[in-house]
Design a protein around this ligand. Structure first.
Ligand SMILES: NC(=O)c1ccc[n+]([C@@H]2O[C@H](COP(=O)([O-])OP(=O)(O)OC[C@H]3O[C@@H](n4cnc5c(N)ncnc54)[C@H](OP(=O)(O)O)[C@@H]3O)[C@@H](O)[C@H]2O)c1
Length: 266
């Protein structure tokens, strides 16, 4: 992937992995627009990093995506990189009926629906500008961490979707990249604790990922992600069992809790 002189849109770029990538892209001489749901978070990011452009937009809302696409087409017609990064994760106990059945599938709307809708809304621009699409899935697309069951299902869905997309776009000039991070220290993983769960920092992720981007790797599997991909092929039952062992204490007490039990944190 060409890493300079691009115009990059990163969903969920006000924090965590998205913000770390945004700052790296700016450092390399790119124009970067970040989105997020919370205007206050975007305002703070803008104060700290004035070079970033910020636009409030929720990837789970088709109306907001259409408004974002119209605004970007008008203000940044040269946009040639879309990084579908926005995502959420919820701890779930599947053993009982959830009182909020709509809420049960909220991750599908953001992590899967958001990526698919954003890609469709920007595909004409990406084709016209012979651009690059970067979908952020996860190492958990290979092997589920059972305390995050719907989250992992969305990441497996995006892994599959991204492969189909790469084939369909092969003659359009649009480059399709998938970034599959291992566990990374961000707000999303603040409650994630367990034997065998190790985390890298956003700086480490950015360093390893940009090496992959520079080398033209289309499926980037930093750190433990590569090991999970390998183990999934070599010994799928073993690695599935290991991830269940590592995370079973993080399953919430009841079907309507969204946090792991406090006692399991230490
Ligand atoms: N952290 C990890 O260990 C890890 C590992 C593998 C993959 N990933 C993936 O990497 C991506 C980023 O994760 P992260 O750890 O950086 O998360 P994070 O620190 O929680 O940041 C999430 C970002 O997404 C935004 N966001 C959330 N929902 C949104 C929505 N509906 N529309 C637009 N923006 C939204 C948040 O801002 P607002 O709250 O203001 O919207 C925030 O800017 C996710 O797709 C995640 O699944 C993370």
């Amino acid at each position: 992937m060409k890493l300079t002189g691009r115009t990059v849109l990163i969903t969920g770029g006000s924090a965590g992995i998205g913000l770390a990538f945004a700052l790296k892209f700016v450092e390399l001489g790119n124009q970067v627009i970040v989105t997020g749901r919370r205007q206050a978070a975007l305002d703070q990011v803008k104060r700290q990093h004035p070079k970033l452009h910020t636009i409030q937009s929720d990837v789970s809302d088709p109306t907001q995506i259409a408004a974002l696409a119209a605004r970007v087409k008008a203000d940044f017609p040269e946009l040639d990189v879309l990084m579908n990064n926005a995502g959420i994760s919820r701890y779930k106990n599947l053993k009982g009926t959830a009182a909020d059945l709509a809420g049960l599938t909220v991750e599908l709307e953001v992590n899967a629906g958001g990526v698919i809708r954003m890609t469709s809304a920007f595909i004409d621009m990406l084709k016209a500008n012979r651009g690059t699409l970067i979908n952020v899935s996860s190492a958990l697309a290979f092997v589920p961490l059972p305390c995050l069951p719907i989250y992992c299902a969305t990441k497996a869905a995006i892994h599959s979707y991204t492969q189909s997309l790469r084939f369909q776009l092969e003659e359009t000039g649009v480059e399709v990249i998938e970034l599959m991070p291992p566990a990374v220290k961000t707000e999303m993983t603040a409650d994630l604790r367990g034997d065998g769960i190790t985390m890298i920092t956003t700086e480490q992720l950015v360093k390893q990922s940009f090496e992959g981007l520079k080398a033209g790797v289309l499926e980037i599997r930093p750190g433990q992600s590569e090991q999970l991909a390998f183990m999934r092929r070599l010994a799928p039952n073993f690695i599935n069992g290991q991830l269940w062992k590592a995370s079973r204490k993080l399953v919430p007490m009841g079907a309507d809790d969204s946090k792991p039990p406090r006692l399991s944190y230490t």
